[in-house]
Ligand binder design. Structure first.
Ligand code: ASP
Ligand code: MG
Length: 407
């Protein structure tokens, strides 16, 4: 008998029929003798819809009210899921984040978990009931309702798995696992059976949208076994595991596209100590989330600095750079939002030279120009034109033979 924390994302509980399907799955697990705790996201695109509504009633919203609003989505979903389970003759009880014992800091919109009590969840389990917990929410040290941020339900599920000492945390979603690349872009993309935490983290950092990075870090830190799988086919998905001796490090495991960033260049910056420090301090103070940074070799005492930011931060980044241009005497600020970042990830590159060379050759053979490059021990990322993104992903996936390997 296993204790499983099962998280269902928005599409998995997107309508009444989906909710009934999830309830039937719970009954099947119980029949197998497993104990389950559910964590549920808001139905479908409800979180987006609530955010949109907020924007329509007011141009500026307090974090407290936003969190009260957004967490309503999950609250509605847990009640419906609990009812559906009960209608199949299995006792179930819904719990808000606060009722489930999620104590957080008071950083509204993006609260951090401080403690997970989970006493009522244990009681419900002991009483033979299925606890259904609202994802991505808690109560702050100042007793306000808090939201853990977009994708926060994954973090709720992992944190609950830690608190309950669960045997595994299953993240149910609308795809059957983690793929070697986006299957919508490359039909030959394959589902992996296993991936290491380090590789999964690099993939999420490179732009792979699921699972949420915070939840993977949390699971890694606490040794939670993560299983990313489908709520549509129910087939076994991808296990995220520690690197083990039985696991041969793959040279390249995945090609990850990211179209969410834009590039900013400050040209003709004086090449003096403190210029980059000031620029990036100002960007940080403006809450611009900087990803890749490249500074050119200086010529005649000036240099160019380029960096990438999420599209959503672009206008703030350009405004900061324009101010800095005026004070430092830089010549111009350029921005380009039609870029893509394409990354290859694999633990095997640590001990095998030539991966970067191969990546650059493949892109060159297909006439794709590289604008920026950055690397980590197990990732190489290139910024290219957005229009070339799908082609780059396809040719890299093929060149590294990801369509032929099974992990
Ligand atoms: N419903 C929230 C969101 O869409 C939280 C979550 O599902 O993880 O971000
Ligand atoms: Mg873009």
């Amino acid at each position: 008998m296993a204790l499983l924390v099962q998280k269902f994302g928005g599409t998995s509980v997107g309508d009444a029929e989906r909710i009934r399907t999830v309830a039937e799955q719970v009954v099947r697990c119980r029949r197998n003798g497993d104990q389950v705790v559910l964590v549920v996201s808001a139905m479908g695109k409800e979180t987006d819809e609530l955010l949109r509504l907020a924007g329509e009633v007011s141009s500026e919203q307090s974090g407290r009210e936003m969190d009260m609003l957004v967490t309503a989505g999950e609250r509605k979903a847990i009640a419906l899921v609990a009812m559906a389970i009960e209608s199949l003759g299995v006792p179930a009880q819904s719990f808000t984040g606060s009722q489930a014992g999620f104590l957080t800091d008071a950083t509204h919109r993006n609260a951090k978990i401080l403690e997970v009590g989970a006493a009522r969840i244990r009681e419900a389990l002991d009483a033979g009931s299925v606890p259904v917990v609202a994802g991505a929410q808690g109560v702050s040290t100042t007793k306000d309702v808090t939201f853990l941020g977009r994708g926060g339900s994954d973090t709720t599920a992992v944190a609950l798995a830690v608190a309950l000492g669960a045997d595994a945390c299953e993240l149910y979603t609308d795809v059957p696992g983690v793929f070697t690349t986006d299957p919508r872009v490359v039909a030959a993309a394959r589902r992996m059976h296993r991936i290491t935490f380090d590789e999964m983290l690099e993939m999420t950092a490179a732009g792979c949208p699921k699972p949420a990075m915070r939840s993977v870090e949390f699971a890694h830190r606490h040794g939670v076994r993560l299983h990313v799988r489908s709520a549509f086919t129910w087939e076994p998905g991808t296990w995220v595991v520690e690197e083990g001796p039985d696991m041969e490090a793959a040279l390249i495991r995945a090609v990850v596209p990211d179209l969410s960033e834009a590039k900013v260049t400050v040209a003709g910056v004086p090449d003096q100590p403190g210029v980059a420090a000031r620029l990036f301090r100002e960007l940080a103070d403006a809450e611009v989330n900087v990803d890749m940074i490249v500074q050119n070799v200086s010529a005649a005492g000036v240099t160019d600095i380029s960096f990438t930011v999420p599209h959503t931060d672009l206008s703030r980044a350009v405004a900061v750079c324009e101010e800095q241009r005026a004070t430092t005497g830089a010549t111009e600020v350029l921005s380009d939002d039609a870029i893509a970042k394409v990354s290859v990830v694999g633990a095997g590159m640590k001990s095998n030279p030539g991966v970067a060379a191969t990546m650059f050759e493949v892109l060159a053979e297909h006439g794709i120009n590289i604008e920026m490059i950055s690397t980590s021990a197990i990732r190489i990322s290139c910024v290219i034109a957005e229009a070339a993104a799908d082609r780059a992903v396809a040719v890299l996936h093929e060149a590294f033979e990801l369509d032929q390997t099974t992990f």
